[in-house]
Design a protein around this ligand. Structure first.
Ligand code: AMP
Length: 395
């Protein structure tokens, strides 16, 4: 069965068609600048040439129509008709406390996703637009919602509560939810497979280090802590997000520069992280490794924060068997991985195999065989994880 995986943002839409039985990618692509001048669709059939085409897309429905046309195109398409698409898996950012796992989309589920929009105002409405567009164009095809937050719903109260008046949790559900759950789920399961041990017997730390970055502690098959909070702003230093900081800084900047909370939130989300720390040099880690003082300053802080989180999760789980690196930086930055492990994790009995650690973007163990704690690089595959969860619900 072919599963269409859709990741719908406010003006872009990524898609993959995956054969659920073989788990092979059939085609993938991207619609950009939806509803804006200059929109275009990129379509890459597996093993074929990438096709980039300028095409007007007034809204998401028009974008999805172009995706379906590309998939079924007589010459360059990959399926004969839409009947060959068995289900659609949608990435939904926030499932609040309502969804601890993926679910088939019904009118009630859509309402519940709408109810969570308060917690993810930029993402959930955009995700739902993608669901509506697919429903309109693919009547009768089951739609499944796979939530970024679901994997972290196993966190215990002591990990998800903020130390603010409890009524804020009761009234508004202000708590830590965590994100990148599909990735943490996929990578931690893959780690257990690589180690050849039951998932339920392991203590695993997953470092999802990309433009957005988060880290999670998975103990005996359950997520017990994660660094992102009620929103993706908390935790690690990211490309442009600050991660953890003293909340009093907001008032301080507001007073000094007569800025509104909204303006400060934009600074914390878009102008901070390694971009801010490097004095505006770049949010891209490749640019920070250019030998400049500014780049080095940002990288050092990023490594320091990440290593501190790893240490705190070792404490939260009272030990660790494996530490995994994934996402753009985790899969590719030899220097970041080496700095985190060699400068900070010797106490866990970790030695880095310098040759193995030269590899980028592939699944590999980068700790030496005698290391007490294993360090693995595991490329994440959120689309495959969404396709798997979708297939499991509709087959
Ligand atoms: P992601 O959000 O997972 O797609 O990760 C994107 C980020 O990965 C980029 O912004 C870069 O900072 C980082 N990245 C990609 N390739 C490399 C590389 N070869 N070395 C260091 N960082 C990289």
């Amino acid at each position: 069965m072919n599963i269409l995986v859709i990741n719908c943002g406010s003006s872009s839409l990524k898609f993959q068609l995956i054969d659920a039985q073989t788990e092979k990618l059939t085609a993938k692509g991207l619609c950009e600048r939806i509803g804006i001048n200059g929109s275009q669709i990129t379509f890459s059939p597996a093993g074929g040439e990438k096709i980039v085409r300028q095409a007007p897309m007034a809204d998401h429905k028009e974008a999805i129509q172009l995706v379906l046309d590309a998939l079924t195109d007589e010459k360059t398409g990959v399926v004969k008709s839409l009947n060959e698409i068995g289900a659609v898996g949608h990435r939904i950012v926030h499932g609040g406390e309502k969804f601890a796992e993926a679910t088939v989309i019904t009118p009630e589920v859509k309402q519940a996703i709408r109810d969570c929009a308060d917690l993810a105002p930029l993402h959930n409405p955009a995700n739902l637009i993608g669901v509506d567009a697919c429903e309109a164009l693919m009547p009768g095809v089951p739609m499944v919602a796979v939530f970024d937050t679901a994997f972290h719903q196993t966190m215990p109260e002591e990990a998800y509560l903020y130390a603010i008046p409890y009524r804020y949790y009761e009234t508004y559900k202000i708590r830590r939810y965590g994100f990148h759950g599909t990735s943490h789920d996929y990578v931690s399961h893959r780690a257990a497979e690589i180690l050849g041990k039951p998932y339920e017997d392991l203590k695993i730390i997953v470092c999802h280090l990309g433009n957005g970055a988060s880290i999670s502690a998975v103990k005996n098959g359950r997520c017990v802590d994660t660094s992102m909070g009620m929103t993706p702003l908390e935790g690690l230093i990211m490309g442009t997000r600050s991660g953890d900081l003293d909340p009093a800084i907001l008032e301080f900047i507001a007073n000094k520069e007569e800025k509104s909370i909204g303006e400060i939130m934009t600074i914390l989300n878009k102008e901070s992280g390694v971009l801010g720390l490097s004095g505006g040099l770049s949010s891209d880690f490749r640019d920070l490794e250019n030998g400049s003082v500014e780049g080095a300053r940002a990288l050092k802080a990023f490594v320091h924060r990440t290593a501190k989180y790893i240490g705190s999760y070792v404490a939260a789980m009272n030990g660790v068997d494996a530490i995994c690196f994934t996402a753009g930086v985790g899969e590719n930055s030899v220097n970041v991985r080496n700095a985190i492990c060699s400068e900070h994790l010797g106490y866990l009995g970790i030695t880095i195999d310098q040759e193995a650690n030269q590899k980028r973007g592939e699944e590999i163990e980068i700790s030496t065989p005698d290391s007490r704690t294993k360090v693995l690089v595991i490329p994440t595959n959120e689309e495959l994880a969404i396709a798997r969860q979708t297939y499991a619900l509709v087959k």
